[in-house]
Design a protein around this ligand. Structure first.
Ligand code: B3K
Ligand code: ZN
Length: 882
């Protein structure tokens, strides 16, 4: 028997289908527990396919109630239904024929949230990657594109709204209680982009006129009463449509674009053609309930899904190995959009912080895989930060290497040549090679080699010759299944700063290609010399984080402070500040572990406070500057034998030193950025709030009393300030009466708003220290906690495991044992969610021995459990092996 668990899919085995699917007509008779789906598919055999090749269709936990060939019931000897595969034999060698599959589905019982399910009385679907096969037998693979007609029949009262992809064809009553609607999508699409939504929802409507003058109806559907909270999402949608026309020349292509917000959803959102389905967390916002971060996320995700219409839908992936073709590129596009809408430098800092916090550990641990993998067991486990965020960085590097104009030329060629195709990464790269005339074969290693490259540099300056020499070495660490690596093409943006902070321009550069300010590293070792440099310059490297690499470059604290103060690139200033802080933090953690006093370089506090107080800098940047590297960042820097308690103790000592050195400045910043005027979710106003709240966090340390945070909590006029104050109270003064009162005020005020209660859960689950586990367990037991909702589970259990280093990594291993129990329980209902939360243990091998032993035992306990889903067993086995 085929065991789903063990089957590995290889890129090398890719083959086209034997039959071409010309069109499909779907009819759904919706019922909460017994929905009937009738799928009529028109096929013909390919010319080059064997005349006796059977038609093999994918299914998953299906109940087939009928199978017809050209409208006649199929003889039982012509088909087999086995192990989720429907095989049909004796089909015509030439000409079209029709296969009809009838299935019965129970949406109410579908707790996996893949295929057709019900959430809060709404029927909805999620088909990417392989959910369509849970609706009917199909060629459920991205390279099979066809046009869809969809008829939906449902109860008129409970489902006044009947939606699917494409354009609305018409609808009418159907008997006494029922009605129907028909939709036609003229754009051929793969099954993963199919969507159906039915139920009773409120709507926000608007319109957009495209660049060629076509009118598009825009509709966002939300639960009744929540319509005002969809206004920001609508605004973000219109800005996204405009931006894609202006920057990428892409126009929308249907008469209508719809977004539906649902409360039970496994991920952020889904780009189904013309009918995006969203986790309501990424649609609903108003000042009282959403933070600035929520607004920024909504803007980015609305844009991301909309941009998929071209990068993903019009041009899709040939197979799931090519996932980064649509995801990496679309993340790059949404990053650029947000950078244009907000502050580019601040956006870049946030992106890099996210990349380093999420993707770098993935690349350095047992789950490491290339941006374009060559094998997988469970595709849902490959929607990773490597495919998305590193995939985006790879696209960004193409833009950096080619420059703006040639990058645009390559993108235009890609859109022109591959519109309507299911394409590959090779197709994509070829467009840039042809547009630029540049050979990108070495560069393509970024798609194929896993692991974060390490670039080590040393510099020497020869005053008499006016020459600076850089000795550069690059190394890509071994990763699971890839022990030896080739040198990569690494584009480093680069600068030389003079003593007064101005840019020193070399008269010539030798030993590496340099285009503009980009130094192209291509060899394992290379020596680069810069001539015509009159005085020793300070080197500034990887400006804008032009390449996603780790850098080893010994620079004195004075040089780093110089870059932090003077670089023309704001990102580089932030990075230099981090590089100045990191040795302090590492040393502090070592001292704390050895029971020694922690010493802090005064230059760090001085530079940090100076930047925070500089009125010439935008407040959002100053807030980022004040955020020292996190405990997880320090753990990554240490690399192995980590003790999260010591890391925290050391970091706390450094924070205390900064807080005390900067106290007067923080008081000024806090006062000067008090809220004034009505709330606006703009980047500028968000920056003011971020700076004030960063000052508040330091003041809680310097003043050692909850009074200021409690006052801020009491006066807060928006969720950003309210939740920031609550976080300071809970994390700094967990046992104070003020904290208990604030937590209770918050809970009772927002008891009927699940998304806000998620914040309340997350704030408590991240309170540092041993007691966190008890709190999390108690919250989990509270009678109104809904275990079935992925947002609730992520907010409480996910946040605890991912974002509470000292609470989760308790020395006694109780955190891991708790997670193992939770994973097993979640897995029975929703494997995708379980597998995702389990990845929080991806860095377990870098823990000190005692904790690592406990972690290994917990993973083994999971691995040994009965009836593990393919999702969880894939993750747990890779984590134990790699
Ligand atoms: N393409 C979807 C993700 C689907 C995840 C399937 N497990 C959302 C996005 O990336 O835009
Ligand atoms: Zn996407």
């Amino acid at each position: 028997m085929r065991t789903e668990n063990g089957r590995i899919i290889h890129l090398a085995d890719y083959r086209r289908t034997d039959f071409v699917l010309e069109r499909v007509d779907l009819t759904f008779e919706l019922d909460p527990t017994a929905t009937k789906c009738t799928s009529r598919m028109l096929f013909h055999r390919r010319d080059d396919a064997a005349a006796d090749a059977p038609l093999v269709l994918d299914g998953d936990e299906l109940t087939m109630t009928g199978l017809l060939f050209d409208g006649m019931s199929m003889e039982p000897e012509r088909f087999t239904e086995e192990d989720d595969v429907l095989t049909i034999r004796d089909l015509p060698a030439t000409g079209s024929f029709e296969i009809t599959v009838e299935t019965e589905i129970n949406p109410e019982a579908n707790t996996k949230l893949m295929g057709l399910y019900r959430t809060n009385g709404i029927y909805c679907t999620q088909c990417e990657a392989e959910g369509f096969r849970r609706i009917t037998y199909f060629y459920d693979r991205p390279d099979v594109l066809c046009v869809y007609t969809v008829n939906i029949i449902a109860d008129r009262k409970s489902c006044p709204l009947l939606l699917s992809n494409g354009n609305f064809l018409g609808g009418a009553g159907y008997g006494e209680d029922l009605h129907f609607a028909a939709w036609f999508d003229p754009h051929p699409k793969p099954s993963y982009l199919f969507a159906l939504v039915a139920g009773d929802l409120g709507v926000v409507e608007d319109a957009f006129t495209t660049m060629s003058g076509r009118e598009v109806a825009l509709k966002i559907y939300v639960e009744h009463g929540k319509e005002p909270r969809a206004a920001y999402a609508m605004d973000a949608l219109k800005r996204s449509m405009k931006w894609d026309e202006e920057v990428f020349g892409r126009e929308y292509d249907l008469d209508i674009f719809m977004i539906v917000a649902v409360s039970d959803f496994n991920m952020g959102a889904m780009e189904n053609k013309g009918l995006n389905v969203f986790n309501d967390k990424y649609v609903l916002a108003d000042p009282e309930t959403a933070t600035d971060q929520d607004y920024a996320n909504i803007e980015a995700i609305i844009a991301h899904e909309y941009f998929h219409n071209w990068t993903g839908n019009r041009i899709t992936c040939r197979d799931w190995f090519q996932l980064c073709l649509k995801e990496g590129l679309t993340v790059y596009r949404d990053h650029e959009f947000s950078a244009d809408q907000r502050s580019r430098a601040v956006k870049r800092i946030a992106e890099v912080r996210h990349l380093k916090a999420e993707q770098f550990p993935e690349d350095a641990g047992p789950l490491a895989h290339p941006v374009r993998p060559t094998k997988y067991r469970e595709i849902n486990n490959f929607y990773t930060t490597t495919v998305y965020e590193k995939g985006s960085e790879v696209t960004r590097m193409i833009a950096t290497i080619l420059g703006r104009d040639l990058f645009k030329k390559g993108m235009d060629l890609y859109f022109e040549r591959h519109d309507g195709d299911a394409a590959t990464i090779e197709d994509f790269v070829k467009c840039f090679e042809e547009a630029s005339g540049r050979d990108l074969s070495q560069f393509s290693l970024w798609y194929h080699q896993a692991g974060t490259p390490l670039v080590s540099l040393s510099s020497s300056y020869d005053q008499s010759k006016g020459r600076l020499t850089l000795d550069i070495e690059q190394m890509v660490p071994p990763t699971p299944g890839q022990s030896a690596k080739e040198p990569m093409h690494i584009p480093l943006r680069f600068g030389l700063l003079s003593a007064d902070g101005s840019e020193a321009c070399p008269s010539s550069v030798d030993g590496a290609e340099m285009t503009g300010d980009v130094l192209h590293l291509t060899k394992r070792r290379q020596t680069v010399t810069f001539a015509g440099i009159g005085a020793r310059p300070v080197v500034t490297l990887n400006r804008g984080f032009s390449a996603p690499v780790n850098l080893h470059f010994e620079q004195s604290p004075a040089d780093l402070a110089h870059v932090a103060r003077h670089d023309s690139d704001l990102f580089a200033r932030w990075q230099a500040l981090n590089d100045l802080a990191m040795p302090n933090l590492v040393e502090a953690s070592r001292s704390a572990r050895a029971g020694k006093a922690v010493e802090v370089n005064p230059l760090l506090a001085e530079t940090l406070v100076m930047l925070a107080a500089d009125p010439a800098l935008e407040p959002a940047f100053r807030a980022q500057a004040l955020a020292l590297p996190s405990e997880a960042d320090i753990a990554r820097e240490l690399g192995s034998n980590n003790d999260p308690d010591a890391i925290r103790a050391g970091r706390e000592a450094v924070l205390a030193a900064v807080a005390s050195a900067g106290k007067a400045t923080f008081v000024q910043l806090f006062d000067a950025h008090s809220p004034s005027g009505p709330f606006a979710p703009t980047a500028e106003a968000a920056g003011q709030r971020a700076l004030r709240n960063a000052a508040l966090a330091y003041l809680a340390i310097a003043e050692a009393t909850p009074a200021r945070a409690a006052g801020t909590f009491a006066e807060a006029g928006n969720m950003t300030d309210l939740s920031a104050a609550l976080t300071v109270l809970a994390h700094r003064f967990p046992d104070a009466a003020e904290t208990a009162r604030a937590l209770e005020t918050f809970r009772s005020r927002y008891a009927d708003n699940a998304l806000v209660i998620d914040k309340w859960l997350s704030i408590q689950s991240t309170i540092p220290g041993e007691a966190a586990l008890g709190r999390v367990k108690a919250l989990l037991q509270s009678p109104d906690f809904n275990r079935k909702n992925p947002n609730r589970m992520r907010a409480l259990v996910g946040t605890f495991a991912f974002s509470n280093p000292t609470g989760f990594n308790r020395a006694d291993g109780e955190g891991y044992r708790f997670l193992a129990e939770q994973i097993l329980e979640i897995d029975r209902k929703n494997p995708q969610l379980a597998a995702r939360i389990l990845t929080s243990m991806r860095s377990w091998r870098s823990l000190e021995e005692g904790r690592a032993d406990h972690a290994r035992n917990a993973l083994r306990q999971i691995a040994a459990a009965d009836k593990l889903s393919p999702d969880v067993s894939d993750i747990v086995e890779r984590m134990l092996k790699g």
